[in-house]
Design a protein. Structure first.
Length: 306
């Protein structure tokens, strides 16, 4: 299988609940060895898309294929090569965490291995306690340990770190990168933008049931602005008149230093930098646009979000 081969292929996927259109012609794909970030607010259609991929919901139109097979017709054979972790894990209260991990592995024709023990240690889980005593975070760990122990080809994580503390989030990220290095493919649905930014090769932004942008973060950076903090010998007021400069805010300083923050459109950075020299720069800092900037740009558009 080559890197360009598609593990997941979704074309014009549609889903209606009565008159409500939950998904409107969703199209994206995931290649072998790729981590794909699927982002959007609650109610945008992320979980509906994932339920269709898992064969739980039937689409009203379009197509969705995993490993080249239709997700509805071939759900059983697809599931043999798939691992899934939902954002809210419900487990059998009278079994221990360890028993449930082993049960999940057995259901996937897998066995408890040295890797399983290593993951239990990494996630700091006590597998001897009954699940009814577990917090939400510990229930989440059980599902993650079982998934990461499974030798699958495609992993679907739907808000997988909800309930985990930051240290455990880091362990999760480390294990996702381990899978990626092994050439596995991952769909990560998350509202934690820093998590997506850190790990994902490409990103799909979903809004009101539509995919509004897909691509790598670098591809998308042209859609947003770089933040500058500048200190100069000469007054900076006239800088706000330059083409491509926005949100100009002078920073008042007791010592009367000329300091300001402003943003610059990506295509204007070179011309703005050339003109800054005339202001006699003392110091300059620039911060590239983040996924959060990009995300807020879409969600602040006039249609508003659901």
């Amino acid at each position: 299988m080559t890197m360009s081969e598609k593990i997941l292929e979704i074309k014009n996927l549609q889903k209606k609940f009565g008159k409500f259109e939950a998904l409107k012609n969703i199209t994206f794909d995931i290649k072998k060895g790729e981590v794909f970030g699927f982002i959007g607010p609650n109610g945008a259609g992320k979980s509906t898309t994932i339920r269709i991929l898992l064969g739980i919901l039937h689409a009203n139109g379009g197509s969705a294929k995993i490993f080249g097979k239709d997700v509805w017709q071939s759900a059983v054979s697809i599931h043999k090569r798939l691992a899934y972790v939902p954002g809210d894990v419900y487990l059998w209260p009278n079994l221990t965490g360890g028993e449930i991990i082993d049960l999940f592995l057995k259901l996937n024709q897998q066995r408890h291995s040295a890797r399983t023990d290593e993951l239990i240690k990494q996630f700091d889980l006590d597998p001897t306690k009954k699940v009814r005593t577990y917090s939400k975070g510990n229930r989440q760990k059980v599902a993650l340990i079982a998934a990461f122990s499974t030798a699958a080809d495609f992993y679907i994580f739907d808000e997988p770190t909800s309930g985990l503390d930051p240290l455990m989030e880091e362990i999760f990220q480390k294990n996702v990168m381990h899978l990626k290095n092994e050439g596995k493919s991952i769909l990560l649905s998350s509202h934690i933008l820093s998590e997506v930014e850190k790990m994902c090769d490409r990103i799909g932004i979903i809004r009101q049931g539509k995919i509004i942008e897909t691509g790598s973060l670098d591809d998308m950076r042209h859609l947003t602005r770089t933040v500058f903090v500048l200190e100069t010998q000469k007054p900076l007021e006239s800088l706000s008149q330059l083409e491509g400069v926005y949100n100009f805010k002078p920073v008042l300083d007791k010592e009367g230093v000329n300091k300001a923050t402003f943003t610059v459109d990506s295509e204007n950075i070179n011309s703005v930098l050339e003109k800054l020299v005339a202001y006699k720069i003392i110091s300059i800092q620039s911060t590239p646009p983040t996924l959060e900037d990009l995300f807020m740009r879409y969600y602040n558009q006039k249609e508003g979000s659901r």
